[in-house]
Design a protein around this ligand. Structure first.
Ligand code: DHB
Ligand code: FE
Length: 283
């Protein structure tokens, strides 16, 4: 059977992707950001997942105000990096494991998590930046080392789903993956965050103390973390800090007891606190 062996939490700041794409990672501003991912890249090479189940958010790229699905699952054969205004990032097309994605769609919907099924979709920095930081420089002519099943969560248009809903969805994702009859190593990514607000009077807000506590809860008390209210995210972490609800899908798909094998926290990268954690399932 397929099994979820580990979870990765990871910010998706687009400027991190630009720094990689333009060869700036050794500059003084960026070096500490990327130093914190050295161990992650070694870990990825050893872990060598067959599939990454990647929980991420779209930023008005694949979706706009005309269609706002709360949860949508990528079921297409492949997902092209989108043009977000500066041209598509020079990274490989993301390839799916379509058979497993279809199985997950069926399992989740029959498990009462209604999804939108995406048979065509482009992916923005929300998906490609976490892949780039975890794998390092992979050019457009190479292939991503793993197949990717994307789960897109609405955190752009109010109301996003609650942390609790995301946590329970993670449990259902685990049931779906672990009922797939092929011996596959799956790592689940929860992406976005940490504290940041991009607009208006509180633009630039960063709350390191709150972020650190969130990372502690990810390891030690995921149920308490899943109960954090929308109001608390907005008040303490800024309007875009709400992206962190996506981490609960990842956490819900793991055991309650996990081993934290790596953590990295750095402020700021662009306007955002970069947070990253690797949690292994104690099997
Ligand atoms: C930034 C962060 C984001 O999460 C995003 O989607 C866009 C920009 C930033 O910090 O610049
Ligand atoms: Fe974002």
């Amino acid at each position: 059977m397929a099994r979820i062996t580990a979870g990765v939490g990871c910010s998706h700041v687009p400027a991190i992707g630009v720094a990689m794409d333009t060869g700036k990672t050794h500059e003084a501003y960026w070096k500490p950001v990327f130093d914190g991912f050295k161990k992650s890249r070694e870990w990825m090479e050893k872990q060598n997942p067959d599939i990454i189940f990647l929980v991420y958010n779209d930023h008005c790229t694949a979706f706009d105000a005309s269609c706002i699905p709360t949860f949508s699952l990528g079921c297409a054969a492949e997902f092209k990096p989108a043009d977000e205004g500066w041209g598509p990032r020079p990274v490989p097309i993301v390839k799916n494991h379509q058979k497993m994605a279809s199985h997950i769609a069926q399992s989740l919907i029959l498990d009462e998590f209604d999804l939108t099924i995406m048979n065509e979709m482009e992916v923005d920095h929300g998906l490609t930046v976490p892949l780039s930081v975890m794998y390092g420089d992979i050019g457009p002519k190479d292939e991503w080392p793993a197949l990717v099943i994307p789960l897109c969560v609405n955190v752009v248009q109010y109301p996003p789903p609650t942390g609790n809903r995301c946590y329970n969805l993670g449990k259902a994702v685990r049931r779906a993956i672990e009922s797939y009859d092929e011996d596959l190593n799956v790592v689940i990514f929860g992406t976005g965050g940490m504290s940041h607000q991009l607009q208006y009077k509180r633009a630039g807000l960063i709350n390191s103390e709150w972020d650190t506590n969130f990372l502690n809860l990810m390891t030690e008390d995921p149920v308490a973390a899943s109960k954090i209210s929308h109001l608390e995210y907005l008040r303490e972490t800024g309007s875009e800090g709400i992206e962190m609800v996506m981490w609960h899908v990842m956490r819900g798909a793991l055991n309650e007891e996990v081993t934290e094998v790596h953590r990295h926290y750095h402020v700021p990268a662009s306007n955002t606190a970069v947070g990253h954690i690797i949690l292994e399932n104690n099997i």
